[in-house]
Design a protein around this ligand. Structure first.
Ligand code: MN3
Length: 209
C-alpha cells in the first residue's frame, strides 16, 4: 500500500512561480489518484504487496499482464511526483551546489549550458511527460525525457532533478505557455535535494520513495 507523502511546504509556498491552486490540485487530486489506482491494482494480486514500487517499476515484465500498464502508469506517477515535490523549495539557492555543481560544469560546460539543454528537453516533450537530469551506471549525467508517467528507472538511470511538463502542472497559471512555466521553475529548484540524490547515485544506491 502506498500512501500519499506529506507535501514538504504549503500550497502557496512556491508562489508566484507555481501557483497555490495548481499545487493543491496537482497534489490532492493527481498524485492522490496515482496512489489510489496503484493500490487498487496491487490489491488484486497479493503477491505484489510486499514488493516496493521501485522494485516493481524496475521489473515490469514480472507483473501480471492485466495490471502491468496500471502499475507502470500509476506507480510511475507516484514515484515521479514524490520526487518532484522534494525537488522544489521556496528557498532555492538558484544554482547547483556541491559535487553536482562541479559535475554540471564538467559535463555540460557550465550551468547556463545545462539549463539550456534541460529547458529544451522540457519544452520539446510532445504531449505529456517529464524532463530529467539523471545519472547512468558509469556515474555520468544525462538530460533525458520520459513520456506519460514513465520513470528514468526504465532507462537504467537514477533521478537527480525532474520537471513535470504535463499540462496539469502549469495550465491554470500559464495556459499554453510552457516556456514561461519552465523559465519560472528555475526559481524554485531545490539544489540541495538534487545534490543529495546525486550523491546517492554516486554511491550506487537506487532512489527509494
Ligand atoms: Mn503531474
Amino acid at each position: 500500500m502506498l500512501q500519499l507523502p506529506q507535501l514538504p511546504y504549503a500550497y502557496d509556498a512556491l508562489e508566484p512561480y507555481v501557483d497555490a491552486a495548481t499545487m493543491e490540485i496537482h497534489y490532492t487530486r493527481h498524485h492522490q489518484a496515482y496512489t489510489t489506482n496503484f493500490n487498487l491494482a496491487i490489491a488484486r494480486y497479493p503477491q505484489l504487496e510486499n514488493r516496493s514500487v521501485v522494485e516493481l517499476l524496475s521489473d515490469l515484465s514480472s507483473i501480471p499482464a492485466d495490471v502491468q500498464a496500471t502499475i507502470r502508469n500509476n506507480g510511475g506517477g507516484y514515484y515521479n511526483h514524490t520526487l518532484f515535490w522534494e525537488m522544489m523549495t521556496p528557498d532555492s539557492t538558484l544554482a547547483p551546489v556541491g559535487d553536482l555543481a562541479q559535475a554540471i560544469d564538467r559535463e555540460f560546460g557550465g550551468f547556463d549550458a545545462f539549463k539550456a539543454e534541460f529547458s529544451a528537453a522540457a519544452l520539446t516533450v510532445f504531449g505529456s511527460g517529464w524532463a530529467w537530469l539523471a545519472v547512468d551506471q558509469d556515474k555520468k549525467l544525462h538530460v533525458v525525457q520520459t513520456f506519460q508517467q514513465d520513470t528514468v528507472i526504465m532507462q537504467n538511470l537514477q533521478p537527480v532533478l525532474g520537471l513535470d511538463v504535463w499540462e496539469h502542472a502549469y495550465y491554470l497559471k500559464y495556459q499554453n505557455k510552457r516556456p514561461d512555466y519552465i523559465a519560472a521553475w528555475w526559481n524554485v529548484v531545490n539544489w540541495n535535494r538534487a545534490e543529495e540524490l546525486y550523491q546517492s547515485a554516486l554511491a550506487g544506491k537506487k532512489v527509494a520513495v
